[in-house]
Design a protein around this ligand. Structure first.
Ligand SMILES: [Zn+2]
Length: 123
């Protein structure tokens, strides 16, 4: 069981599915919304149970971003029409049992840091 919550605890989520594609996203939208990088993994939406009030922000025609309206924690990302949903690794209770697999959108990473690990990088 994978469980997580926002900072204030008003939004909780859990899944029995095995999370896949654990990644760190460097895109400008994730950096702005999270303050730096956004680490996430994904499961089928059907397999994810979310409780509490969640607000969605349609950041582009391609995807929406879910956050807690009380504390602002950026918890979910979902591509338009996709049946997979991504959740924030930083929101998980530990131990997570999850290991990062890759960096994504490295072509739009910020200029204020370097990527210093050996994980695969995808532009
Ligand atoms: Zn909250």
């Amino acid at each position: 069981m994978t469980k997580g919550s926002c900072l204030c605890g008003a939004v909780r989520f859990e899944t029995e599915a095995t999370p896949i594609k654990a990644s760190i996203c460097h895109c400008g939208q994730c950096r702005r919304q999270s303050g730096h990088l956004w680490a996430s993994a994904q499961v089928p939406q059907d397999a994810l149970t979310i409780s509490g009030e969640l607000r969605w922000y349609q950041a582009s025609p391609d995807a929406k971003r879910g956050f807690c309206p009380t504390c602002g924690s950026f918890l979910f990302w979902q591509g338009t029409g996709e049946d997979m949903i991504s959740f924030a690794l930083g929101a998980l209770d530990t131990p997570t049992g999850i290991t990062l697999e890759k960096h994504i959108f490295t072509a739009s990473k910020g200029d204020y840091y370097d990527i210093n690990d050996t994980l695969p990088r995808h532009d």
